[in-house]
Design a protein around this ligand. Structure first.
Ligand code: ATP
Length: 300
């Protein structure tokens, strides 16, 4: 196989709790992560010259080893002694620095892509271990689907989401939020309102989107919303427009709303775009994972 196309999909956090802090300063989390259909297109091909060439449709996105996709290729080349080169092209559609793990998703896709392009024969578990060397959300982005992520992102437990369809509106404010700054600003011991992770797992197993909407919770909102109060307004407006619930994803600033009907999600997306003058608003849906098969499928 000389070239490959992959879909690097975004995630949302249906719940995000912080349960402790390690001595090295990393926070311990418990989060229900959910893949959505929105994706970056990744094209990869083998090239003879021993180099990594990375291109993207965003002129300002770094194309050297500041880009996580580049770092994934670099790691695989070094670890497995690959002396051929690789060309990677990213069609960026996931908003950047948004709390949607776009960079992590690209990185995971390149790990999967390198495995297939160079016939390395690595299992998903091996890919996840490599992913963890590159960032805490990346093992999840290799696995995808509905997963409870714990520790610093290395303990992944798949859970069932029985909703045949659940529509998601993503709305990103035109501001960048640094994940590190948000975690630094969190006094986790004084958080009063913790999300009900077990309740959310139950609601997903029952395909009860109304209950899921009610149980959405993210402790990082306590840090990001005071910095960007429009996040709270976006949440309110999404609920006003018919969402079963709305929440900030990850460390923000993207807000998402859950909808039962596609038509309502589309209408809400266009109303939000107009009312808040936002460019980055997307109507998408929950993506049910093909994780076990990802290594073999052509359009992962
Ligand atoms: P997370 O939810 O995992 O915290 P995020 O959605 O908040 O991630 P990203 O879109 O991954 O954030 O981007 C965060 C930073 O990573 C950006 O400042 C960007 O320059 C850098 N970055 C490196 N590689 C990529 C990539 N392939 N796509 C987007 N951003 C990247």
């Amino acid at each position: 196989m000389k070239d490959i196309r992959l879909r690097a999909r975004a995630k949302i956090n249906l719940t995000l709790d912080v349960t402790g802090k390690r001595e090295d300063g990393y926070h311990l989390i418990q989060s229900i992560m959910q893949t959505v259909s929105l994706y970056d297109g990744i094209y990869m091909k083998r090239i003879q010259k021993d180099e990594i060439i990375l291109k993207s449709n965003l002129s300002w996105l770094p194309t050297d080893n500041r880009n996580l996709a580049y770092r994934a290729a670099e790691l695989m080349k070094a670890k497995y002694g690959i002396t051929e080169g690789v060309f990677i092209e990213i069609d960026k559609r996931i908003p950047v620095a948004a709390g949607l793990a776009g960079g992590s998703a690209d990185c995971a896709a390149v790990l999967v892509g390198m495995n297939r392009l160079f016939d390395l024969g690595l299992s998903m578990k091996e890919l996840e271990s490599l992913a963890f060397l590159l960032g805490s959300d990346i093992p999840y982005c290799v696995q995808r689907g509905t997963v409870v992520s714990e520790g610093v992102g290395e303990i992944l437990t798949p859970v069932k989401c029985q909703c045949p369809m659940c529509y998601v509106v993503l709305a990103k404010l035109p501001v960048s939020v640094s994940t590190a700054t948000v975690y630094r600003g969190l006094d986790w011991q004084s958080v009063q309102d913790h999300p009900d992770t077990k309740g959310m797992i139950q609601a997903m197993a029952e395909a009860d989107i109304t209950k899921m909407g009610r149980l959405l919770g993210n402790v990082l909102e306590t840090v990001t919303i005071p910095m960007h109060p429009q996040i709270a307004q976006l949440k309110e407006e999404l609920v006003h427009l018919g969402a079963e619930g709305a929440l900030m994803s990850g460390s923000g600033p993207t807000v998402f709303g859950l909808f039962k009907e596609e038509e309502n999600a589309k209408k809400a997306a266009s109303a939000i775009r107009k009312k808040f003058g936002l460019k980055e608003v997307v109507a998408t849906k929950i993506y049910h994972s093909d994780s076990g098969k990802r290594g073999e499928q052509r359009n992962g």
